[in-house]
Design a protein around this ligand. Structure first.
Ligand SMILES: [Zn+2]
Ligand SMILES: [Zn+2]
Length: 146
């Protein structure tokens, strides 16, 4: 609630409505900046502006610790990301036999046998039955069997 002003609220950068109008926000931001600058000029921390700086430093003790923690976290994140990338870049390899497992691994297993298409749908004979003369005896016509 901003009692000094009845102008419509402005939109923030993320699309939400701000609590007050554009000019009031600018005015308050300027005031905040002025106050921070005054505090820093009196020896306030450059980051929080409310605690005194350390000797020969531009941050207070707490901001210094926070920044060190952030840097350490960022470095650890970079190390983790590098390890993940290295792992992802490695090609998939079959299991290597060792003295312990003697090469027994699901990764070395043969793929299961599958019925081939020829089992279910055999191809037709390449030579038609009538032309297979090598099946017929020259002397025995097979008449006695009929
Ligand atoms: Zn306003
Ligand atoms: Zn500080």
């Amino acid at each position: 609630m901003q009692p000094r002003c009845r102008k419509p609220a402005s939109l923030k950068a993320n699309g939400e409505y701000a609590k007050s109008c554009e000019s009031c926000r600018i005015r308050r931001a300027k005031s905040c900046k002025r106050r921070r600058a005054a505090l820093v000029a009196e020896g306030g921390c450059r980051r929080c502006a409310y605690r005194q700086r350390l000797e020969g430093d531009f941050l207070c003790r707490r901001c210094r610790d926070d920044r060190d923690a952030e840097r350490a976290q960022k470095r650890q994140d970079a190390i983790d990301a590098a390890a993940i990338d290295e792992f992802a870049a490695k090609p998939d390899k079959a299991h290597r036999a060792s003295n312990l497992d003697m090469g027994v691994s699901i990764w070395n297993a043969r793929p299961p046998r599958e019925p081939s298409a020829g089992y279910w749908a055999p191809l037709p004979d390449p030579v038609p039955k009538q032309e297979r003369e090598w099946e017929q005896s020259l002397w025995d016509t097979g008449r006695r069997l009929r």
